[in-house]
Ligand binder design. Structure first.
Ligand code: GMT
Length: 384
């Protein structure tokens, strides 16, 4: 049994979801898991004797225009590692978690305590935010000084090597999905409420940042809707939402579009849907697309980042060149026109998602922990 500290963002976002689900699964097989975060991670919905949550309290002071979160996190990590005798720290999203963990590591080293840090790179910490000239040298240092580094796709590992001139090994461990939670369900009454005349239902889930291209989602939907009676569900919230709402009005499809805001039970929403649109400009993996597939929903996405590692053209949906609304519309229509074609995609989506089920990916993380700790078999827990 290991004692593992997991640092993550608590907000709606892929890295927080992956970190929380991983911690829950590790606890399930017998490890002690300590979540350290600014507020309670939103998917942290189980409590048992193996799960701990430590909130980072950032002291404010009139002098601090920007209270120093990174120092508060590092201090909290020192405390948790020391008093709960952690074996390793696994931080999700490099900025600033990896840097904070390394600060804590230095403090602990001075006190004779050695704790390895594993950093999991998730996406924009490398492809966008991490490229900021102020952050770039810090991210490079954090990656080089971590005892272990994982990336959620081959594409992200390559981007890391290219953007940060990193030569150290990066372990690719794909994201995973809970295929018991995300699975096709019978939800006739909900479907009827959304699409009373048996229209097709398209869906997009994101945090509505610019790179998610929710504007293209509306554009594609407005074209699909001209040929096939359909509805669009938009789940999530973020900076672009207002603009996107306006676009739906301008294109006169607002009567067919529902903004559902932030939702926790996304699996129930996905279960009534026929097609997931993900026209992002950047996507290191596309966890939301994988969750859709697990519910039997095909995906039309852009052909960028890690999406080709998840969404297989002609099998689970299609990949289109970024920004190519014509192509995405054509691909969407080809999936939606005929029931039998849609049904084929649905079944293949579920089969593809099963390859990424938690049970397949968790052992990879566990083997990697053992490798970094230099203790083969240390993590056997209930897994054997
Ligand atoms: O940047 C985001 O969209 C949020 C980010 C996160 O860290 O929360 O998501 C990234 O990590 C997810 C989980 O690993 C991936 O599925 C997303 O593709 C990735 N987002 C981007 O690369 C834009």
């Amino acid at each position: 049994m290991l004692r593992i500290g997991i640092v993550c963002y608590p907000t709606y976002g892929g890295s927080g979801v992956v970190a929380t689900e991983l911690g829950k699964a590790l606890a399930h097989v017998g490890h002690e898991v300590h979540f350290i975060s600014s507020t309670q991670p939103f998917r942290l919905d189980i409590w048992n004797e193996k799960v701990f949550y430590h909130e980072v309290n950032v002291a404010s002071y009139p002098l601090f225009e920007y209270p120093p979160y990174i120092l508060a996190l590092a201090g909290e990590l020192v405390d948790v590692v020391k008093y709960h005798k952690l074996d390793l720290l696994h931080v999700h999203y490099a900025i600033p978690h990896a840097t904070a963990a390394q600060l804590a590591q230095q403090v602990l080293e001075d006190e004779g305590i050695n704790i390895p840090v594993i950093t999991t790179l998730h996406g924009t910490d490398i492809t966008l935010v991490g490229k900021d000239k102020n952050y770039e040298p810090l991210v490079r240092l954090a990656i080089n000084r971590s005892q272990g580094v994982t990336a959620v796709s081959h594409s992200l590992a390559q981007d890391t090597r290219d953007n940060f001139r990193i030569t150290r090994p990066i372990e690719v461990i794909h994201n995973f999905v809970d295929t018991e939670r995300f699975k096709p369900r019978k939800t006739g009454h909900f479907r009827k409420a959304i699409a009373p005349n048996d229209e097709r239902i398209l869906v997009h889930i994101s945090n509505f940042r610019k790179l998610k291209r929710a504007d293209l989602v509306i554009d594609i939907f407005s074209r699909v809707n001209k040929e096939i009676p359909s509805k669009l569900l938009l789940v999530g919230d973020g900076p672009e939402r207002q603009k996107v709402e306006q676009l739906a009005r301008d294109l006169q499809v607002d009567a067919h579009v529902r903004f559902l805001g932030k939702q926790e039970a996304v699996e129930e929403i996905l279960s009534v849907c026929d097609l997931f649109l993900m026209p992002s400009e950047s996507e290191s993996f596309g966890l939301a697309a994988l969750e859709a597939m697990a519910c039997g929903v095909p995906v039309v996405s852009s052909d960028i980042g890690g999406l080709p590692e998840v969404n297989i053209p002609g099998v689970t949906g299609y990949l289109s060149p970024m920004d190519d609304a014509d192509d995405m519309t054509e691909k969407a229509l080809s999936i939606l026109r005929e029931d039998e074609v849609l049904e084929g995609f649905r079944q293949r989506c579920r089969a593809q998602a099963l390859k990424f089920r938690m049970e397949n990916i968790l052992p990879h993380y566990i083997r990697y922990y053992e490798q970094i700790l230099g203790r083969p078999g240390a993590c056997s827990g209930k897994q054997g």
